[in-house]
Design a binder for this molecule. Structure first.
Ligand code: FAD
Length: 314
């Protein structure tokens, strides 16, 4: 049986992967998007800060994106979990969890990240509902309300100051983190309270909505929204396996190093979206995917020019 070689296999069908597929499909490339179907913002009922889609469902955006791709007959979007990738440009083989092997000339990794939440009882149940990561995504909805910022690290001081722009009722729960003197002074100067007692549990009402925070000593404090600093863990085993260079990120952790077009250190392999940058919001992921899609098409065109020149010289 003759094996199919796709021009590009895209690992991950979130905002970044689907945007890349759109650019490639419009360039008449044969593209396969393989998606596990667990986008990072699947916990959120509404998505914000996305022009034209503000306060709309994040899953509806992806469903619309997949529907738009149906216009392009070279593009296929399939469920599947990629567990391995081998080879080098122009011949990559990827392996799915069910053992299937697929082949492509180029790879784009757009597999996002996982948010490792601080280990506090009840927090996971509130994720995307009453507890959030990003003031730009969910801060405005908490304006003038009682906001708790869980200081998983000193970086959350910045988050608390961003939230102070939206409400005067901000409390930082230091939760064992030693806040630097300067940061502490900045919080107090802007009327932000600092709670030193450890957090024991996040409390919900009978409908599951956020109610407040129980401290270790049993005190309960009412809260309307929590901002927490999860540790971002890129879904990048495929990039590691291929040997892509990584770089320390200012927000912590190491992420695949890419150039402005998403090119990794491995020839023929690109990466885009949250897998390269934890700050990447939906518009940013779309832009990065779109850039990578265009760059991959340009790279394929260059290969085709070389092949045409070689053929005409023969
Ligand atoms: C609670 C919450 C709320 C948020 N709200 C907003 C908001 O309001 N506005 C905003 O702009 N941003 C928001 N974000 C950020 C947003 O989730 C990201 O910007 C966006 O998801 C990044 O897109 P992506 O394509 O890089 O990754 P993702 O959307 O995470 O997509 C990656 C896809 O790849 C799949 N995948 C992973 N590994 C594999 C594999 N091995 N094989 C196949 N598929 C794989 C995943 O299952 C997933 O479907 C929010 C995030 C969270 C956690």
């Amino acid at each position: 049986m003759q094996q199919t070689t796709w021009d590009v296999i895209i690992i991950g069908g979130g905002s970044a992967g689907l945007s890349a597929a759109l650019m490639l499909g419009r360039s008449r490339r044969r593209v396969l998007v393989l998606d596990e179907g667990r986008p990072r913002n699947r916990f959120a009922g509404h998505m914000h800060g996305v022009l034209g889609r503000d306060h709309s469902s994040p899953l509806a955006l992806l469903a619309d994106g997949r529907a738009e791709l149906e216009r392009y007959d070279g593009v296929a979007v399939r469920s599947g979990v990629v567990v391995a990738a081998h080879g080098s440009a122009p011949a990559f083989t990827i392996e799915l969890a069910d053992g299937e092997r697929l082949h492509a000339r180029r790879l784009l990794v757009a597999s996002g990240l996982r948010d490792a939440l601080p280990s506090i009882r009840g927090l996971a149940e509130q994720w995307g509902r009453g507890a959030f990561a990003c003031p730009y995504c969910d801060g405005w909805e908490a304006r003038d309300r009682r906001v708790a910022v869980l200081a998983a690290s000193a970086a959350q001081v910045h988050q608390a100051q961003l939230m102070r722009q939206l409400t005067a009722r901000v409390t930082v729960f230091a939760h064992g983190v030693e806040l630097p003197d300067e940061a502490r002074a900045g919080l107090l100067a802007r009327g932000i309270e600092i709670e030193e007692r450890a957090v024991a549990e996040i409390l919900a009402d009978e409908r599951g909505s956020l109610r407040g925070i129980r401290l270790d000593d049993g005190t309960e404090l009412a809260s309307d929204a929590i901002f927490a600093g999860p540790a971002p863990e890129p879904n990048d085993p495929v990039l590691r396996q291929l040997g892509a260079d990584r770089a320390a990120h200012p927000m912590g952790g190491e992420f695949a190093a890419v150039d402005a077009m998403g090119r990794t250190s491995v020839p023929g392999v690109w990466a885009a979206g949250n897998v390269t940058d934890p700050r990447s919001s939906v518009p940013y992921a779309m832009a990065a995917g779109s850039m990578a899609g265009a760059a991959i098409n340009a790279d394929l065109v260059e290969e085709e020019v070389r092949a045409a020149l070689a053929a005409s010289a023969a």
